[in-house]
Design a protein around this ligand. Structure first.
Ligand code: R5P
Length: 267
């Protein structure tokens, strides 16, 4: 791996813990103004200093993140479908590698839709993006998207989708947590980070998800709704950091959450 590409990876993934807490705020690219992300700038501002990387689109980057921000950017470069269509897999690359370099991002991210009507195009797009990324030292994160078929998120499917992504050259894979997640990790030769999915019933449930993923070999989270749809987004990020970087138990992470909530209240 070239120095530039390694350096970009090291900006996002802590060289100390080898893990990362990415904050995902890219939902608008196909869902529109998602609850609590209607005003992206307002949602992102208090969280900027607590995340290891920010995953978003160029539109939100330009409009809602100050250029002085030091947080590494994972730029979503795929799109072309919205929730108004039944099939979300008809995506293409919507941002050039030149633009990604100009925006000084640390990685680009693209969804692959294994088993979906546009599986072929999304996988070929991934291969092409990796070629372009290698040319300029830009890491590529593949996102194993399931569209509206959330029930697809089982071990056999995710293991297949992650492995295929890695085989096509992705430097990093974002997928979902599942029962038997260790098998997904075992079959994927590049680091995996997990998405949170739709908001869970409680903050504890989201922390349990993160803890299970880290315990079974994930290199971090790329989480959105379970952070910014929580009543306490900054304390949630702090609790996740304890799990991801310090290998805290769920109980210890809940203590971090409650302490951060108390500190927030006292301010
Ligand atoms: C889909 O919109 C994106 O890939 C999200 O970044 C990903 O699903 C992570 O966000 P969440 O934790 O809300 O699922």
């Amino acid at each position: 791996m070239d120095w530039g590409l390694q350096n970009r990876v090291a900006r996002m993934i802590s060289p100390r813990s080898h893990n990362t807490v990415m904050l995902a705020v890219d939902h608008g690219y196909f869902m529109g103004p998602t609850r609590r992300l209607e005003n992206a700038r307002a949602t992102i501002a208090p969280l900027l200093d607590h995340a290891d990387a920010l995953a978003l689109t160029r539109g939100v980057l330009r409009t809602s993140v100050p250029p002085e921000a030091r947080v590494p950017i994972v730029l979503r470069v795929s799109g072309g479908a919205t929730v108004l269509k039944e099939d979300l897999s008809n995506e293409a690359t919507t941002v050039s590698m030149r633009e990604a370099v100009r925006l000084n991002v640390s990685a680009v991210a693209l969804s692959v839709f294994v088993g979906a009507p546009h599986e072929h195009e999304s996988l070929v797009n991934l291969g092409r993006l990796v070629d372009e990324g290698e040319e300029v030292g830009m890491p590529v994160m593949a996102i194993t998207a399931v569209g509206k078929e959330l029930e697809k998120r089982d071990q056999r499917y995710l293991a297949l989708a992650c492995r295929v992504s890695a085989e096509l050259g992705a430097h990093l894979v974002k997928t979902y947590y599942c029962d038997g997640f260790d098998k997904v990790v075992e079959g994927c030769p590049v680091p995996i980070v997990v998405a949170g999915g739709p908001k869970l019933d409680s903050d504890r449930a989201a922390l349990e998800l993160a803890h299970g993923a880290i315990a079974q070999g994930a290199h971090g989270v790329d989480m959105g709704r379970n952070i910014w749809q929580s009543e306490h987004p900054v304390p949630m990020l702090e609790a996740l950091r304890a799990i991801v970087h310090e290998r805290a138990t769920v109980g210890e992470a809940l203590d971090v959450l409650n302490e951060a909530k108390a500190a927030e209240k006292a301010r």
